[in-house]
Design a protein around this ligand. Structure first.
Ligand code: FE2
Ligand code: FE2
Length: 142
């Protein structure tokens, strides 16, 4: 899978829209788990996969690259920290997918953890990292 080739403004807009899609999925997951609909919750979890794949590739290959290329690893430390959370998010979703098959009663608790990590992560991207990348991009005449 490759990064989408879009203008940065356009890419960032899509990334924010995808955060909204994931927020919607989290809400549905919450409702399904509350109603003990484990099979449907497992299906809903599979829908997180596109987020994991293309979205994270774009953030790392395009947004993070721009920040590191412009500022060096030291200058881009905050963005590196935020994007390092991708590993944890990825692992948690994979664990939840596995547990959906074996011990679905544990999903509700993991879902709360996932929602917390994702909300914090999206907020950091939307309020810090993306505006920062966009400013650098524009300053460079992009
Ligand atoms: Fe991210
Ligand atoms: Fe994101």
């Amino acid at each position: 899978m490759r990064p989408r080739r879009l203008k940065l403004e356009e890419l960032l807009k899509i990334l924010v829209e995808e955060h909204e899609v994931v927020r919607g999925r989290l809400t549905r997951l919450h409702t399904l788990l509350e109603r003990d609909k484990h099979a449907e919750a497992a299906e809903e979890l599979k829908g997180f996969k596109p987020y994991l794949d293309q979205h994270i590739i774009d953030e790392e290959a395009t947004v993070l690259k721009l920040l590191i290329d412009s500022l060096g690893r030291e200058g881009a430390t905050r963005a590196i920290q935020v994007f390092q959370e991708h590993r944890e998010i990825h692992q948690l979703i994979s664990e939840m997918q596995a547990i959906a098959e074996t011990a679905p009663e544990r999903l509700a608790e993991m879902k709360s953890r996932l929602a917390e990590i994702l909300e914090r992560h999206f907020r950091a991207e939307e309020t810090e990292v993306f505006p920062w990348a966009l400013k650098l991009y524009k300053d460079k005449g992009g």
